[in-house]
Design a protein around this ligand. Structure first.
Ligand code: SD4
Length: 337
């Protein structure tokens, strides 16, 4: 179906918007405003832009991103700065400073970022630099590459002015030392994942960007890289369609190229919620899937500003900031047994 027929886009003031090439392009009057309402002509549902969603309960991060958007900042700045809030938060033990280390005691970060033009940048196995998402953005903007890893990523960050620092806090060090007593590696559903952040935002013009940042799974093997820096797995943005971001056991997300899958399902006409559910279905319906032992969750947004989230197990949540309301929304989930 022609999407222009499918969506009617109007300003809050009642002034009509010119659709032009962009589905949600806005005229001069409305570009001065910070808000925009989209009406889905199929079911009459309304969505208001801008909007920000993020994995887990990260209201300060979504608030920061919304602040950027409401000040007229660009959507890429919004997701970067939103993620930076959690990277700097030492109490979040799955992202940035304070992240739980690998089994050797090294905190290693994975992050990526993607803009409305399909540009992307990523860092994997980055050590000693808190704002991995900002290094990922530098990779995107200032190098001919998409991903830098390990020592090369760190040296690149330092060359760009990032200050190296020890990311292992006393609290995380103590927990790692306690873990070492038994040294059993087992992903714990919803525990080591908490506060890992994937963020998607749409500005008032309907332009989308996304970012993802994590210290990965606690007590992973040295050198392990998860889904979060892998474009298409941890994050995917297609400004024509929508965007998705993943959290949970990265190995399972990579095996199904999860975020790209969610966006492609939306391209085929599924709502963000349906797309997230089908992507989880691809994991749990595999022959011999041991999904009972791990968590994966997706959040997604489409070009109309509709959102969805779904996980394998209970207690995954999404933070959503839209229309002045910044709220944590519990996700529906597969495993109801
Ligand atoms: C990983 N997907 O490294 C990350 C972990 C995560 O919420 O997202 N936790 O596998």
């Amino acid at each position: 179906m022609n999407r222009r027929k499918f969506i009617k886009n109007t300003a809050l003031t009642g002034a009509g918007l010119t659709l032009g090439n962009s589905l949600m392009g806005c005229d001069e009057k409305t570009s001065e405003k910070t808000k925009n309402t989209i009406i889905n002509s199929e079911n009459g549902s309304k969505t208001s832009l801008p909007l920000v969603i993020a994995t887990w309960h990260v209201k300060e991060a979504t608030a920061k991103a919304m602040e950027v958007l409401q000040a007229g900042g660009n959507v890429l700045d919004a997701v970067e700065q939103g993620c930076m809030v959690e990277e700097a938060n030492e109490n979040g033990q799955s992202v940035g400073k304070g992240g739980l280390p690998d089994r050797d005691g090294n905190v290693t970060l994975d992050a990526c970022i993607m803009d409305k033009n399909g540009n992307c940048g990523a860092v994997a196995y980055l050590q000693d630099i808190t704002h991995a998402v900002s290094v990922a953005r530098k990779v995107m903007e200032d190098t001919p590459h998409v991903m830098l890893a390990g020592e090369g990523a760190k040296q690149f960050a330092i060359s760009q002015g990032f200050e190296p620092e020890d990311l292992l806090t006393e609290t995380s060090k103590k927990e790692w030392e306690e873990w070492k007593v038994e040294a059993k590696y087992k992903p714990i559903i919803n525990i080591e994942n908490h506060d890992t952040i994937g963020m998607l935002a749409i500005d008032k013009n309907g332009d989308i960007s996304g970012a993802c940042t994590t210290s990965g799974l606690a007590y992973k093997m040295g050198g392990r890289v998860g889904d979060s820096p892998i474009i298409g797995s941890g994050l995917f943005v297609d400004n024509e369609i929508g965007a998705a971001v993943a959290t949970g056991l990265g190995e399972e997300v990579v095996k199904t190229v999860g975020s790209f899958l969610v966006v492609e399902l939306m391209r085929q006409g599924k709502s963000p919620q349906e797309a997230c559910e089908e992507a989880i279905g691809r994991i749990v319906n595999k022959p011999n899937s041991n999904y009972k032992d791990f968590q994966v969750g997706y959040i997604a947004v489409n070009k109309k500003g509709e959102t969805g989230s779904y996980s394998i197990h209970q207690w995954f949540s999404m933070t959503k900031f839209q229309n002045g309301v910044n709220e944590q929304i519990q996700s529906d989930f597969f495993n109801k047994s």
